[in-house]
Design a protein around this ligand. Sequence first.
Ligand code: SME
Length: 162
Amino acid sequence: MERDRREAYRRALEEIRSVAEGENDAVANLANAAAILFGALPFSWVGFYRVSGGELVLGPFQGRPACVRIARGRGVCGTAWEKNEALVAPDVHAFPGHIACDPESRSEIVIPLRAPSGDAWGVLDIDSRNVDDFDEEDLAELEPIARLLEEIAARDARFLPA
Ligand code: SME
């Protein structure tokens, strides 16, 4: 990974921490986190899906309008949620069941976000217009951001797995 990209992730981590300091409203904090990550690197879409009523429902995001509901096990997001593990789709067209919300999206990374109980309350989804834009190094930089988002959400009682 290039140094600029690593630094962009690390600046985003600090900025998310800073804007969420002293604020317990997780919707507001996730909205700012989506905006910060979207501005950090040339991603085509950054946002959250929340577990609600047995499916994923669109949450705060930046980018073009996206599909609102995703069934468990469907697409990259629904699969990451079902497996309760982070997934990289280097070429979304090759991912079985990929949900094409945005025809420009070519690769994607999805990280489950968990409550203190270990159950996921949602996922962070980042899309890129470039094939193969995400790898294990991106995941390593995004993991601390995901853990911070979990800490932030744990301060808001609405963000429990539903
Ligand atoms: N492509 C995703 C759906 C969500 S959008 O990209 C915003 C998927 O297959 O999970």
